[in-house]
Design a protein around this ligand. Structure first.
Ligand SMILES: [Zn+2]
Length: 313
């Protein structure tokens, strides 16, 4: 099979790209994400039409942030878009005239990393995406594992703190409340409030107030050695690494791949994740250790992975 299209539906933009068999993106278009499910179908169709001009396309893969059913056709539920049993595959297929596969966006990103990024050469890989929240994907025995109903690998909502912080999903103490971009901002605000003298660089990057601290300020400040910013990343990494140790108990992969905006900080966050992982790994002295690797494809992983899953049919 030759070229396929990957579609990544983000909160503000829908990206569509023509992808070849090596995972290279030949062309992309971006359109704004409409607020309604009907508008999103229109926008996907338009993006696919635009990007496919001049190419022979075999299939379309759509990465969607939500619970996608086992037939990879219907988004059962999405937290941030009003999808409730949305038959995305049928709706898009009818209008673009190509086979369509719908996949959970974190699964698509995991598949992209496994095929063309940090997971190459590994048969058993667990990916976590540290973005605004925490997503994940499971590849065991060279296969993407979706579970019986298609909704496996929702790692972000494993409860790691009984009666802990309230999560957007309605539960309490979910892992993503402690290991995500949102958690990072909370850590920085708490620390900047407690010890503003250790957050001078961080505060100066924003509007000077604790409330004005944003994720990008924390990244920039950490690179300059701001103590509060560095310590906030370490706190996030402690929770992330402890969770990976639990996932090692479940899946025993040879590699964990850490992606998402938070992971763009590289060793600043990966090194403490590895330390925490080793600290909490059961029997760590006596067993092989999975590698903890940085994702390589960045924000393109979902698009490339969705396109490749469409190619595999
Ligand atoms: Zn939750």
């Amino acid at each position: 099979m030759g070229l396929t299209i990957g579609v990544d539906i983000g909160g503000t933009k829908i990206a569509a790209g023509v992808v070849d068999e090596e995972g290279s993106i030949l062309e992309t278009v971006k359109v704004p994400t409409p607020p309604t499910p009907e508008g999103i179908v229109d926008a996907i169709v338009e993006a696919v039409r635009q990007v496919s001009a001049g190419h022979t396309i075999e299939a379309v893969g759509i990465g969607a942030a939500g619970y996608v059913d086992d037939k990879r056709a219907t988004v059962l539920f999405a937290p941030n878009i009003n999808w409730r049993h949305e038959a995305l595959k049928d709706k898009v297929e009818q209008r673009v005239g190509l086979p369509v596969v719908v996949e959970n966006d974190a699964n698509a990103a995991a598949w992209g990393e496994y095929r063309f990024g940090a997971g190459q050469g590994h048969s058993d890989v667990i990916c976590i995406t540290l973005g605004t929240g925490l997503g994940g994907g499971i590849i065991i025995g060279n296969k993407l594992r979706r579970g019986r109903f298609g909704v496996a690998a929702e790692f972000g909502h494993i409860r790691v703190v009984p009666d802990g912080l309230l999560c957007g999903c309605g539960s309490q103490g979910c892992w993503e409340q402690y290991a995500s971009g949102r958690a990072l901002v909370r850590y920085a605000k708490q620390r900047a409030n407690a010890t503003p003298e250790n957050a001078e660089t961080l505060l100066a990057l924003g509007d000077g107030s604790v409330e004005g601290i944003e994720g990008r300020h924390i990244s920039a400040a950490a690179r300059q050695g701001d103590p509060v910013a560095v310590d906030s990343f370490r706190e996030l990494a402690r929770w992330a690494g402890a969770g990976l140790a639990d996932l090692a108990s479940l899946f025993d992969p040879s590699a964990f791949i850490v992606g998402g905006g938070v992971a763009d900080e590289g060793e600043l966050v990966l090194d403490p994740i590895r330390k925490s992982f080793r600290r909490w790994l059961i029997g760590g002295e006596w067993r092989p250790h999975a590698q903890v690797l940085a994702a390589q494809l960045g924000g393109k992983a979902g698009l490339v992975g969705a396109a490749d899953l469409a190619r595999q049919g």
